[in-house]
Design a protein. Structure first.
Length: 165
């Protein structure tokens, strides 16, 4: 993606240039380093480094995994445009509802760990949205949403080890 790239989320929030590059690189899991302000430094295609809030990266990863920002909004129980606003830095997850931030970060972590098992986005999405015998038939997405991140991570570790229930 180059500096002239332009796109929109499924809810119509526009993005372009460096923001587009940063969002794509974040969703693809580029090398990231946290700076002294708590921002994640992301290097864009042109070599420029930008500080991005972890919630933005988590939002990008979760949207990529669920397919649309609307799907993420429905799962979180927030207005449909909200993830797009987070992604474009128009707003940040509310401090009064910090569970959204933690839920985003937890889901993004599970998704990134799942990359170790399933390299293809479609395979990760199928695992995340499907029932897993290692989770007693529960969907990993539902487990994370209920706050049980450790079970999702244990299932990923078991899949890495070649276990099947």
């Amino acid at each position: 993606m180059n500096a002239r790239s332009v796109g929109t989320d499924d809810d119509g929030v526009a993005w372009s240039g460096r923001v587009a590059e940063t969002r794509c690189r974040a969703a693809l899991g580029s090398d990231q380093h946290v700076d002294s302000r708590g921002l994640v430094a992301i290097e864009t295609v042109d070599g420029t480094r930008h500080g991005v809030a972890p919630a933005v990266i988590s939002t990008a990863v979760c949207i990529a995994a669920l397919g649309t920002s609307t799907a993420l909004a429905v799962w979180l129980g927030v207005p449909p445009r909200q993830p797009g606003r987070w992604l474009s830095c128009q707003e940040h997850p509310s401090p009064h509802r910090s569970d959204w931030s933690w839920t985003l970060i937890n889901l993004a972590y599970v998704i990134e760990r799942a990359r170790q098992v399933w390299a293809r986005e479609e395979a990760r999405q199928a695992w995340l949205l499907g029932s897993d015998a290692l989770l007693d038939g529960e969907r990993p997405l539902d487990m994370v949403g209920a706050g049980d991140v450790s079970s999702g991570i244990e299932a990923i570790d078991a899949h890495l080890a070649g276990s099947y229930a």
